[in-house]
Design a protein around this ligand. Structure first.
Ligand SMILES: CNc1ncnc2c1ncn2[C@@H]1O[C@H](COP(=O)(O)OP(=O)(O)OP(=O)(O)O)[C@@H](O)[C@H]1O
Length: 228
């Protein structure tokens, strides 16, 4: 499948890719009226095997865990916005590296989120709760999938890390945006990725309420040649 509309069109072949759709969704990518630029920063410590996530206390994504980020304000670069939001929401500073570009659109909304994702493994300061986010450390791990558990069992370093594991809680993937498990493993393995996920409201069988579900998605790993 080719790179979805709305993503940087001149990106070199992005391979391999992960794509899928909801069984009840037959349409193509939705038309996006407008796009706003956002940042999202994930900070982890390779040695202590821990990752910092924030619990969103208000507004968009309230009740979910995520990296730290927000809207890019006029006059600032994307990296400046990423560092500002990280500091405002978590109290820390970090050496950030850009690793992904993700486009999210929910049916009926007036605006899509174009999210520039950054990673950092060196940082300064103590995580501090803000009005918007409550930061906490979680044990560094991959989301559960057949693929991940297969590779984990084969990797002696992962096994050793699990044995030495800290007492931190595991990453609450069930209380994060549903797209996170699609690209999180790419981010942790320091790959570069682009992707798009469209959402629509579906009835949640368990609660009977309408819930945003992923209806169409595509994530591609950017090959090394795209830098040239
Ligand atoms: C749909 N799938 C998604 N998966 C993962 N992350 C997602 C996301 N969709 C949005 N995000 C992130 O959610 C934050 C919203 O930021 P948000 O609080 O709205 O921005 P900002 O802090 O500027 O808002 P205020 O106006 O100050 O409240 C920001 O990090 C953005 O990257």
């Amino acid at each position: 499948m080719s790179i979805p509309p709305g993503l940087p069109p001149n990106t070199m072949t992005a391979l391999p890719s992960i794509s899928g759709r909801h069984p009840d969704y037959k349409d193509d990518w939705m038309d996006i009226p407008r796009t706003k630029l956002y940042t999202n920063v994930f900070v982890w410590d390779e040695i202590e095997r821990k990752i910092l996530l924030g619990y969103k206390k208000r507004g968009f994504g309230m009740g979910l865990y995520n990296g730290f980020g927000g809207k890019v304000e006029s006059g600032e670069t994307v990296s400046e916005a990423a560092l500002r939001e990280l500091k405002e929401e978590s109290g820390i500073s970090a050496n950030i590296v850009h690793c992904g570009t993700l486009l999210f659109f929910a049916k009926g909304e007036s605006c899509a989120h174009l999210v520039e994702v950054f990673r950092a493994t060196s940082f300064a300061g103590d995580p501090t709760e803000s009005e918007e986010m409550r930061p906490d450390w979680y044990a560094l791990s991959l989301p559960d999938s057949d693929e991940n558990s297969r590779t984990r069992k084969q990797d002696p370093f992962e096994e050793a890390a699990a044995i030495m594991s800290n007492d931190l809680p595991s990453i609450p993937f069930d209380h994060m945006w549903p797209d996170v498990p699609l690209w999180f493993p790419l981010m942790l393995s320091e790959k570069r990725f682009i992707g798009r996920v469209d959402f629509a409201k579906f009835k949640d069988d368990a609660t009977g309420t309408l819930k945003d579900a992923m209806v169409k998605w595509w994530i591609g790993t950017i090959t090394a040649t795209s830098d040239s």
